[in-house]
Design a protein around this ligand. Structure first.
Ligand code: BES
Ligand code: MN
Ligand code: ZN
Length: 495
């Protein structure tokens, strides 16, 4: 369940809230909200700073109870770090930590004055949107496959946060609520185990989106439909799995009838064992996240439909499971894609590009004004950029700039890698038009170069989210990226 948000304009010492959240910079610099609390409480905050109890280190949150002169029973004092280096990234961090601290307090609602802080280069709408998204991110809890807890509901859990901001932040709040819904959708789908989150399950989730929004239509192509279309690459990958493949197509018609749609394409491999080119056992469990591209584009689509964006949008999600089997496709198999291009499969673990190439061909039926795909495509992208930036590859500078800007605004950042044709020679094959692997050097780029052959003449950009879609470790959760970037990109297209 997503958090509820609202705007407020009260003074912190007078506000009728279960918890007032205010910020303090290092070296005893109080934000104006903290200064008002301090004044009403006769120097209580200053004394805590002097005693060393309140260090104001960035993100450290100190809950105070029953401050005299302050109406709210609780004040959460959040450390902001150095004032002179306070920036957008820090604002996001302290917003996240504040929300984590709120989550551990027995409060259903809180009011935050953090959104009244000055953030260089960012306006109130940005502050509200960022704080709300951070709060929602922190409030997310995965419970789908846990035994239900008996005491659920006995304790107060955070449901509502009010942010201090003027009416100019209204749009920011509405956007945050929609993006948060999309992010939560993507996280939940990503986190589900692959025995539940099958291609059929993703199709069922897409149907929920269609059913919940007037103006959204859904079409699900089955194996037989894909055979008719000649999607030999996608179907090749699907051969080894007992779970049949689905090609999920959602459409939102918020724009004029004759307006060309934006197309989002997302890799939906519900489990990537590597197929006959089997992956090593250690870490294979992470390959349940190999459908996070699909989850991401569906989440962005959901956000766009929630906001009723005045544009046309089509979302194409090829979904399969990559498994070894007697019927599985093999290294050295040659498959014929929907485009007619033949592909030599030199490694069955390079399956993402095989399902995406047919999805890219299919997306062109809608004559899109731009296509953006998102995929957990290569380990090489993780080596290049780590967990912080998604790899962005496009031959279209304007489209790349728009996506980078959207990523910068939402702090869901991309970083561009080259997509020069110089790399194409690595994909040459003696037996087919193209090979599905390009060797060790520049693995993220050669994967994109493969896709580029199926996006000829299109305004197209590729996002490799292999490093950004989930967090490492046994308890690592799906992040919901790149929903914020893609949703912002679409919002920005609406002028
Ligand atoms: N889903 C993986 C990419 C991946 C690996 C994402 C690790 C996140 C973490 C993809 O299908 C894959 O297996 N790619 C291969 C390509 C290679 C065979 C050319 C890879 O990256 O090793
Ligand atoms: Mn693979
Ligand atoms: Zn994969």
């Amino acid at each position: 369940m997503t958090l509820q948000f609202s705007l407020d304009s009260a003074h912190p010492e007078l506000a009728d809230t279960a918890c007032a959240v205010v910020g303090v910079y290092e070296h005893g610099v109080l934000s104006s909200a903290a200064a008002r609390i301090d004044g009403a409480a006769q120097g209580a905050l200053k004394r805590l700073i002097e005693s060393g109890d309140l260090t104001a280190k960035a993100g450290v949150a100190l809950p105070l109870f029953g401050l005299p002169g302050v109406k709210a029973p609780r004040v959460l004092v959040v450390g902001l770090g150095e004032q002179k280096t306070f920036d957008a990234a820090r604002f996001q961090k302290i917003s996240l930590e504040a929300a984590r601290a709120l989550k551990s307090l027995p409060v259903k609602s809180a009011t935050s004055w953090l959104t009244a802080l000055d953030v260089p280069g960012r306006d109130a709408a940005w502050r509200v949107r960022t704080a709300a998204l951070a709060a929602d991110h922190a409030a997310y809890k995965y419970t789908a496959t846990l035994k239900p807890k008996a005491d659920n509901g006995a304790r107060n859990v955070l449901e509502h946060v009010a942010f201090i901001a003027g009416d100019d932040a209204r749009d920011g709040l509405a956007q945050a609520a929609a993006i948060a819904k999309g992010v939560e959708f993507a996280r939940e789908l990503g986190n589900l185990p692959p025995n539940i989150c099958t291609p059929a399950h993703i199709a069922a989730e897409a149907k929920k989106i269609a059913d919940a929004h007037a103006g959204v239509t859904l079409e699900v192509l089955e194996r037989a439909d894909m055979e008719k279309l000649g999607m030999g690459a996608l179907l090749g990958v699907a051969r080894g799995s007992a779970n049949p493949p689905k090609l999920i197509v959602l459409q939102w018609k918020g724009g004029k009838t004759d307006e060309k749609p934006y197309a989002l394409v997302g890799k939906g491999v519900t489990f990537d064992s590597g197929g006959l080119s089997l992956k090593p056992g250690a870490g294979m469990e992470e390959m349940k996240f190999d459908m996070c591209g699909a989850a991401g584009v569906l989440g962005a689509f959901l956000a766009a439909a929630e906001l009723k964006l005045p544009l046309n949008l089509v979302c194409v999600v090829p979904s399969v499971e990559n498994m070894p089997d007697g019927n599985a496709y093999r290294p050295s198999d040659i498959v014929t894609s929907m485009s007619g291009i033949t592909i030599e499969v030199l490694n069955t673990d390079a399956e993402g590009r095989l399902i995406l190439c047919d999805a890219l061909s299919y997306a062109q039926k809608f004559q899109p004004q731009a296509i953006v795909d998102a995929a957990t495509l290569t380990g090489a992208c993780v080596v290049a950029l780590g967990k912080h930036a998604s790899g962005l590859m496009s031959k279209h500078d304007d489209l790349a700039e728009q996506l980078l800007a959207a990523g910068e605004r939402t702090l869901d950042r991309g970083w561009r890698l080259p997509l020069w044709d110089d790399y194409q020679t690595q994909l040459e094959s003696g037996f087919a038009d193209v090979a599905n692997i390009g060797g060790k050097p520049a693995g993220a780029i050669t994967a994109a170069c493969f896709l580029a052959r199926f996006a000829e003449g299109q305004r197209w950009a590729h996002l490799d989210i292999a490093g950004t879609a989930w967090e490492d470790g046994r308890k690592g959760l799906a992040t919901g990226r790149p929903v914020p970037m893609l949703a912002q990109f679409l919002i920005d297209r609406c002028g």
